[in-house]
Write a protein that binds this ligand. Sequence first.
Ligand code: URA
Ligand code: SF4
Length: 209
Amino acid sequence: MDFAEAQKEALDCRKCGPLCQARTKVVFGEGPLNAGLFIVGEAPGFNEDREGKPFQGASGMLLDRLLGSVGLDRERVYLTNLVKCRPPEGRSPKPAEINACRPYLMAQLAAVDPKVVIALGDLASRSLTGRKESASRIRGRVIPLDGRYVFPTLSLSRALYTPADRALLISDFSRLPELLASERPSTYETLNVSRATTAEREPLQPGLW
Ligand code: URA
Ligand code: SF4
């Protein structure tokens, strides 16, 4: 499925009953197809569902500030979520829903072919790295996968409510200029492993996408 097909299909998608019934708008994602940075959140929330765009409201403002702190603006970044429809009552998406929506995310990744992918929060982090650790455990480690750097960090909602988490998110974003300026990875070695002991490391699952 190419990008145009994915977008067309997603905008009319009914693969998840509860999500497609409850949604107002499908939030496919937005950004330039030549973006070097690709950011994946968990799911659209109330404001995103109303606007049909990712990262609106308070989390959107926080994301804009985080990007601004390293000289980036959202117009140059591709933004999307694991699932394209808001789960009812803002619950987390279920594994079956994440899997059902995955082909759209894969088509977006293939089309944009970013150098750096930020995974926000536990679900995006696990889904994109194939590792089991929580985001708070794996955050700040840069994981080379399929010619890109996957960079898991905390969710924006967590950072909105907890100043200590916000500081960690700011610290993680501060590493973006260096990552975006570096060569694409050519190995599956985990970079910056010094933050974890050997026992904490999970085996890599290359070739997830
Ligand atoms: N807004 C989104 O679109 N996704 C998130 O994960 C959080 C806020
Ligand atoms: Fe389709 Fe994804 Fe929405 Fe599920 S969440 S109905 S797979 S677009």
